[in-house]
Write a protein that binds this ligand. Structure first.
Ligand SMILES: [Zn+2]
Length: 252
């Protein structure tokens, strides 16, 4: 996890600000007692929480800030499948950033610094009312393909076949060799036939794969400037179904 920015301070330094609040003073007085209160207040004003009294003030304020803060800003950290809530909270002039599974880095002494930290500490943070950059779309532009069942961009057990529809050739997947040899047999057999429509014949072969697969995804990829291929990829919902699809497709 990244360290806090230079705007970020530890609790002792934040106490200088907190010591100016009547309400915080009253809270400290009640907690440490009238006798120790002047010492506690002096420690806070000095920004040093030393000794037993300093320790009690420290523990009390850590909990109080966590529980009594008011939310002043909210947004989300955008992930491909789930967004996490992100908030900036204030307690008497002291601000802190809260996100799930994230230990607060410290405190900020003004709202702008806290919000700026919240916005920059994670990738793809957006505020209520804003649109996140969509990861899925940007990966499609790169031609990177995501499995619809396990979301990986790597090879997985669901992947059956990837076909370049423009150049009519299979490029990957466990049945790609069979697919290409089936296709070359068919196009060779029929090339003398005037009725033969290569495009229709290819789509027919694709339909056979489609019947065996559970999902198909189209994508495009630029091979050179101005040149782009349309791809179609097929996936099965489980390893078992992929294996049975391979078996069926490989049958002569
Ligand atoms: Zn998968």
């Amino acid at each position: 996890m990244e360290q806090g920015s230079s705007d970020c301070v530890q609790l002792a330094a934040a106490c200088v600000v907190l010591s100016q609040s009547r309400e915080v003073e009253a809270l400290i007085k009640k907690a440490v007692g009238a006798k120790d209160f002047p010492t506690a207040l002096a420690l806070m004003k000095a920004g040093k929480l030393d000794g037993n009294i300093g320790d009690s003030v420290h523990d009390l304020l850590i909990d109080t800030i966590q529980n009594e803060s008011i939310q002043v800003w909210s947004g989300f950290i955008h992930h491909a499948h789930e967004d996490y809530a992100l908030t900036v909270n204030e307690y008497h002039g002291v601000y802190w950033v809260h996100a799930l599974e994230f230990d607060p880095v410290g405190y900020f002494l003004d709202e702008d610094s806290a919000v700026a930290f919240a916005r920059s500490n994670w990738e793809n943070v957006y505020e209520d009312g804003e649109e996140p950059d969509d990861d899925d779309e940007s990966t499609d532009d790169d031609g990177e393909l995501r499995c619809p069942f396990c979301q990986t961009t790597e090879n997985c057990d669901h992947f059956l076949l990837m076909v370049d529809r423009t150049f009519r050739t299979a490029e990957g997947g466990p049945i790609y060799e069979t697919f290409n040899s089936k296709w070359s047999d068919r196009s060779a057999d029929q090339s003398e036939d005037e009725e033969f429509n290569e495009r229709d014949a290819f789509e027919e072969l694709l339909e056979e794969v489609e019947c065996l697969a559970d999902e198909q995804i189209g994508s495009s990829q630029s091979s050179a400037p101005g040149m782009s291929s349309a791809y179609i990829s097929f996936f099965c919902s489980s390893k078992k179904r992929t294996q049975s699809a391979i078996k069926k497709f490989n049958k002569p």
